[in-house]
Design a protein around this ligand. Structure first.
Ligand code: GCW
Length: 713
């Protein structure tokens, strides 16, 4: 049930939408239902899909109906009519058992759909042409409606439709690192969407648009608060607020989860301990689970950061991660809740390579986690760097449900100021072959649970959403939220098709706009790697803020927070030796991956300095020395940003001025920062290589000391 007041908001939200479109301030995201300009297409679509017939009246089906009306009024310029019976050109929304569907979709086809899949099919009913959108559940129908709208929006709809879509992963989540005071850890698009002080009485209409956007890409889980969790989130007052949000999100298939602090029984319950094996602690969590599920019967579960970066955890009591996770899982089990337990752990001992630590801590616990626990693993072994190899934990724990954690917010990739399409980063990780069960054991197959004895699957993205008008800060940052959803639905979707759909939906269906913008997007991540951390470099950004370059950072609260720890530049060369002769991190990978990474000859050059300490004079595949090659990458990064600028500047006539100018200005800023990155890194590393910047390249304007003194705000 949506509470009464929020229905009103839903209505207002829908009424307001056309004005938001006109404003073109980016609020409407990819659900930009502007009128189709091509007259022939418009007539065709209007003829083929003018009205609808709907069976059922749940809140979810109402949401589907509203979306259809909203989209069609915008795209086709006429609101579709609700019919009492099937007519020509009719869209039929109905779940499995409706008699109107008899003979059109087989029981076998429905069996394949599970709880969230859908079918869209062109059929003749009573000799009339109809489009069926059907599923086993109402939420499946809603997903089908969004898919259908996308086909019209992107003008890619076939005359005869037979589409079956089933999500590959169970949990498709956004992780908000939102604090209860409204700030967002690593958030660059304003403050939190959640207005805790107004909840539960006032429901911001944005909550509904947030849920619509997520449902449109199949995201079905939202973790509302920061993994560095404030125990207050589990107080009665806050749970009432969480319930209000859960009620708004429910019709859109979006379940609410919370990040919890392991010491909640001490902080809230006044217990002397949070030891997971202590009976009072167990009782406290069981009572808390009961309290939560009484308020929110479909509550998703807990996300936990424990014994990581100062957060409390079971190890404080001599217990293991499995003991901690299982105790919470036990409390949630009877309600079908899950625990997502993060594997992001490392200690401060500089002697033990940080890269080794998550694997060494978690692999021995394989088989020990309960069925309703997922271990949530960051894509790479360090921390969301512009490029990392995949985490070796994928494939290494065949008796544990493993889920992926990507970062959507651009903590290490220029905040919301740089245009970086992260889909290609996600795709690179998902397509990586772990060889856990021989060739073809890609990370994607691993997280789909293909080699696992445990059955839960999932993918999470650390959200880049804030309360800025366009949600994500940079207009193109919206595409990263979008691609996370698309890949969580089907991890084999190509970044190219994701980019194309997003451009068509968000901006324009004009080929002359799509092609150059798609190129910009698809190249943008590599461009950023080039001007920040080429050839496997990583973690050389400014201390703590992670904004701008800081390869010189050599003092930090913890030794493995220093940049020098990661790049290890010296007079001989640069890079971290993780071969069998070094920290031996390569051994965490299955052969032949381990051998490929271990050898200087076969290690992919884009990860070279991740795995090897390499001489400045080392001859690269291009024939250049490592030093020259590194310089060329840094310079190429800047050149590519300039290319993006000149491509974008030619596209003014295709889109609204507001977004055009915003992107133009941001690209100018990106160029300035890319030059700062390049010059800082080249000048700093030159103090070790003592080699000249190749002749043909422009010389840095300023000295190294200038860049060291510069702080990007
Ligand atoms: O990347 C680091 C961030 C922290 C973050 C942590 C984590 C939420 O710098 O801000 O804390 O990762 O993922 O837990």
């Amino acid at each position: 049930m949506i509470p009464k007041f929020s229905r009103g908001f839903l209505f207002i939200s829908i009424l307001l939408f056309p004005f938001l479109l006109i404003a073109n301030d980016g609020y409407d995201l990819w659900l930009n239902y502007r009128k189709i300009e091509n007259k022939a297409l418009l007539d065709k679509y209007n003829g083929a899909f003018n009205d609808y017939y709907i069976k059922g009246n749940s809140e979810t089906l109402k949401a589907a109906e509203n979306e259809l009306k909203l989209a069609f009024s915008g795209l086709l310029g006429t609101e579709p009519k609700l019919l009492n019976s099937i007519e020509n050109g009719c869209i039929v929304l109905a779940t499995k058992n409706e008699s109107v569907l008899k003979g059109h979709i087989s029981a076998k086809d429905y069996d394949k759909l599970g709880n969230e899949g859908f079918i869209i099919k062109s059929v003749k009913i009573n000799n009339r042409n109809c489009t069926l959108i059907s599923a086993n559940t109402d939420i499946g129908v809603l997903y089908g409606v969004f898919h259908f709208i996308k086909l019209i929006q992107t003008q890619q709809i076939a005359d005869k439709l037979t589409i079956t879509e089933v999500p590959r992963l169970d949990i498709r989540a956004l992780n908000h690192w939102d604090n209860l005071d409204g700030s967002i850890e690593r958030g660059y698009a304003g403050n939190s969407l959640w207005k805790w002080d107004e909840l539960p009485n006032t429901i911001d209409k944005r909550y509904i648009d947030y849920a619509r956007a997520n449902a449109s890409i199949g995201i079905n889980a939202t973790v509302l608060n920061n993994v560095n969790s404030n125990p207050k989130i589990l107080t009665k007052d806050y749970l009432e607020k969480v319930k209000a949000l859960a009620d708004v999100f429910r019709p859109y298939g979006l379940k609410v989860y919370l990040s919890v602090s392991f010491t909640s029984p001490i902080k809230l319950g006044g217990l002397p301990t949070a030891d997971p094996l202590n009976p009072q602690v167990i009782d406290w969590w069981e009572a808390k689970a009961k309290e939560i599920y009484t308020l929110i019967p479909d509550f998703g579960g807990f996300l936990v950061k424990a014994n990581s970066e100062g957060q409390p955890g079971p190890q404080d009591y001599g217990r293991t991660h499995a003991d901690g996770a299982n105790m919470l899982a036990q409390a949630l089990e009877s309600y079908k809740g899950v625990v997502m337990w993060r594997a992001f752990v490392y200690n401060s001992d500089p002697e033990e390579d940080r890269v080794l630590q998550a694997y060494n801590s978690f692999k021995p616990l394989d088989s020990q986690f309960k069925d309703n626990v997922l271990v949530q693993i960051k894509n790479g072994p360090i921390d969301f760097q512009p490029r990392e190899p995949f985490s070796p934990l994928f494939g290494a724990m065949p008796n544990t449900s493993l889920m992926m954690e990507f970062q959507i917010t651009q903590e290490y990739l220029g905040f919301s100021n740089h245009l970086v399409f992260l889909s290609t980063l996600y795709e690179e990780t998902l397509d990586s072959d772990t060889y856990a069960k021989g060739k073809g054991s890609t990370v994607s197959n691993v997280i789909e649970g293909k080699y696992s004895t445990k059955k839960l699957t999932g993918m999470a993205g650390v959200s880049n959403i804030g309360n800025s008008r366009n949600w994500c800060g940079h207009p193109f940052a919206q595409s990263n939220w979008y691609s996370l959803g698309r890949l969580a639905w089907n991890s084999e979707t190509s970044s190219e098709s994701i980019a194309e759909d997003w451009i068509r939906m968000t901006f324009s269906n004009n080929k002359d706009f799509i092609e150059p913008v798609k190129k910009m997007m698809l190249e943008s991540r590599e461009t950023t790697v080039d001007y920040m951390t080429p050839l496997g470099l990583n973690h050389i950004m400014a201390y703590n803020t992670h904004r701008g370059p800081g390869p010189w950072v050599d003092t930090a609260a913890q030794p493995n927070w220093k940049s020098t720890y990661y790049h290890r530049a010296d007079s001989i060369g640069i890079g971290f030796d993780r071969t069998t002769g070094g920290s031996n991190a390569v051994s965490q990978y299955f052969p032949p991956v381990r051998d490929r990474f271990n050898s200087l000859e076969t290690c992919p050059e884009n990860l070279l300095l991740w795995f090897h300490h390499v001489s400045w004079k080392h001859k690269m595949k291009s024939g250049n020395t490592l030093w020259d090659e590194m310089c060329l990458h840094y310079y190429n990064g800047v050149d590519k940003v300039r290319e993006m600028q000149s491509s974008w500047n030619k596209l003014k006539s295709f889109i609204d001025e507001e977004r055009f100018i915003k992107v133009k200005q941001l690209l100018e800023e990106q160029e300035v920062e890319a030059v700062i990155w390049r010059n800082s890194c080249v000048l700093y590393f030159q103090t070790f290589s003592k080699m000249p910047i190749p002749e043909e390249l422009e010389k840095p304007e300023k000295s190294l000391s200038y860049y060291i003194g510069l702080k990007l705000e």
